[in-house]
Ligand binder design. Structure first.
Ligand code: CUA
Length: 331
């Protein structure tokens, strides 16, 4: 039903809609029932003579059990059903195609792991589980793709993960759904869902700078991170090889899961969580590293934990010319 509902183009769309229609049906049923009974009782029990007095009724066990029990069952059904949809949306599958998203007044920036960068347009293959790791450069934005039934706040200083599996090739509207300033209403874009072979061709058509991890590796050297974080355990900082995804013991006796957020924090605010056995000597890189450079550095640290290493940049020549331009992101 096009006029009322957006297309359903992700694996989650039907589950969200079914729940929505169930809620709508329950609501409509009771709205009609209550409105009908009000009219019916108003007519049936109307005052027929000026001195008529209503009969007082004190308690009706069957009625009270019914109006307690039935709503209880209904709300429990709603709770269990929506919790299952919520968890399915909240937990990405293990095998995903990861893409970074940075929201900024007033544009969406996408960073593929292979190095391609896009603005206000995101190319993804159909049938794959896509995981977006989102953050914002300034204020809170909200990533909303109605056709995928996907909507999540994009928050500065945090990584919010969104996942979906597109089920139909096509172009789908992306909106910012959180008021974020003057041009909020124009902070829109498109998700371009392509056949896998088309997507491969598209992917191999760009990325002159190499993979995101290789960009990170270069930054790692440029910022001289490698003078302290050496792979041979002789540096003044912790060894980063094999670190991602592990639990790191901290100086204060606690431990922390090494994820994107922890690496980000450790770059911007190094003394927040000191690794056990090390001194808080690392300077902050707040203001020196852009949000996108952070993503590259994170991806580089991640790549130190995946064996074999992620494939480097694909060879570029002979790729078919793309119809669209991919604007490069300027700082
Ligand atoms: Cu970004 Cu509204």
């Amino acid at each position: 039903m096009p006029p009322l509902f957006p297309e359903r183009a992700s694996s989650m769309a039907y589950r969200v809609d079914n729940l929505y229609f169930f809620l709508l049906a329950i609501t409509a049923f009771f709205a009609v029932l209550i409105a009908g009974l009000i009219v019916f009782f108003a007519v049936k029990y109307r005052r027929r003579s000026p001195d008529a007095i209503g009969e007082q009724i004190h308690g009706n066990m069957a009625l009270e059990l019914a109006w307690t029990g039935i709503p209880f069952v209904i709300v429990m059904v709603i709770f269990v059903w929506s919790a299952s949809v919520f968890f399915a949306m909240a937990h990405a599958p293990d095998e995903t195609l990861n893409i970074y998203v940075v929201g900024k007044q007033w544009m969406w920036k996408f960073q593929h792991l292979d190095g391609q960068r896009e603005i206000n347009e995101l190319h993804v293959p159909v049938g794959r589980d896509i995981k977006l790791i989102t953050t914002s450069e300034d204020v809170i934005h909200d990533f909303f793709v109605p056709a995928f039934r996907v909507k999540a706040d994009v928050i500065p200083g945090r990584f919010v993960t969104i996942w979906f599996r597109p089920t139909r090739p096509g172009r789908y509207q992306l909106f910012c759904a959180e008021y974020c300033g003057t041009r909020h209403s124009r902070m829109t874009g498109e998700i371009v869902v392509m056949e896998p072979s088309e997507f491969q061709a598209w992917m191999s058509g760009g990325a002159p700078e190499g993979s995101l991890a290789s960009t990170g590796q270069k930054l790692f050297a440029d910022f001289a991170c490698n003078t302290c974080h050496r792979p041979d355990a002789q540096g003044r900082g912790p060894v980063l090889d094999g670190l991602f995804g592990k639990q790191q013991a901290l100086q204060n006796g606690q431990s922390v899961a090494v994820d994107e957020a922890y690496i980000r924090e450790s770059i911007l605010n190094p003394s927040a969580k000191i690794t056990a056995g090390f001194q808080p000597i690392m300077p902050t890189f707040q203001g020196l590293v852009s949000e996108e450079q952070l993503l590259a550095l994170i991806e580089y640290v991640k790549s130190l934990s995946t064996t074999p290493q992620e494939p480097a940049a694909r060879p570029l020549p002979d790729a078919p010319a793309k119809g669209e331009t991919t604007p490069s992101v300027k700082k």
